[in-house]
Ligand binder design. Sequence first.
Ligand SMILES: C[S@@+](CC[C@H](N)C(=O)[O-])C[C@H]1O[C@@H](n2cnc3c(N)ncnc32)[C@H](O)[C@@H]1O
Length: 293
Amino acid sequence: MGSSKQEVEVSYDVSNEFFRLWLDERMNYTCAVYETIEQTGAMGQGGQTLEQAQLNKLKILSDFARVTPEKSVLDIGCGWGACMEYQSSVRNAKRVVGVTLSTEQAKEVNDRKIPNAECIGADFMKWESAEKFDSVISICMIDHLCSPQEARLGKAVDIYREYFRRVHALTNKGAHFGLQAILRNRTPRIKKDLEDVYFCTHVIFPGGLNPRLEDIIQAVNPHFEVMQVNSRREHYQRTTAEWLHRMRGHEKTIRERWGDKIFDDYDRYLSTCVRSFDMHYSSLAQFELRRID
Ligand SMILES: C[S@@+](CC[C@H](N)C(=O)[O-])C[C@H]1O[C@@H](n2cnc3c(N)ncnc32)[C@H](O)[C@@H]1O
């Protein structure tokens, strides 16, 4: 179902050092939220830095999840732990648990010894826990849950509903949930764009497919109520443009250490992302969800 452990490792285990070269210093590998998107160019110059915009994103989702010091927080698909660290150091959450399918990520996060935090290397869709949480955040993990084949068979909503059922079962009454997801909007009609999007889906993120907005809206029932949804399409265009710009700045190092294929594949993938958000093939949404008790 969705991306397997081996497929997730294709996406995230090229090398932590490779991603460290072009992500922000805390290694958020998801859309940042800029304060002044309208005033800046498509290539991301001007205005806030990527680092500041990533902190804005974490603040928005933590506010959606109503994180306060007396609460325990679950971060589903925690990546390299940027959100976990934010919950521990900025929101002073009493306990933070992150789950990731990537072994390299889990090791990296646990080695950092973030206070009150623990990272678990597991498949969230199989993970059993007796612990219940007060707040949940999940940033672009839902994009791994349904494969293109499963979507073609009409299984997407059931798969996402099972994810929301699991989140509900792991939370205390009154829990709030800050969810971020990349969305699939329009299918390209231009051959090159279609090939590039296919390449990103099947080579860079094998096993996963971005959901449609309406799939998520349908699937939250009967477990969560949608309190608000914000579109951040232009923000992801700018984030991916900034990643591309930073990665190109390290072209020589990347080609030497990881080979031409890695550089060329990531150049194609990030360029495709910038174009996909510009052309509305893809979008990004942030949801404030409240548990239905
Ligand atoms: C795009 S990354 C986002 C990471 C992080 N949330 C961030 O904002 O940087 C998606 C994350 O979801 C995790 N993931 C994908 N499928 C998963 C699953 N079934 N169970 C747990 N984690 C999963 C990946 O290992 C990865 O950490």
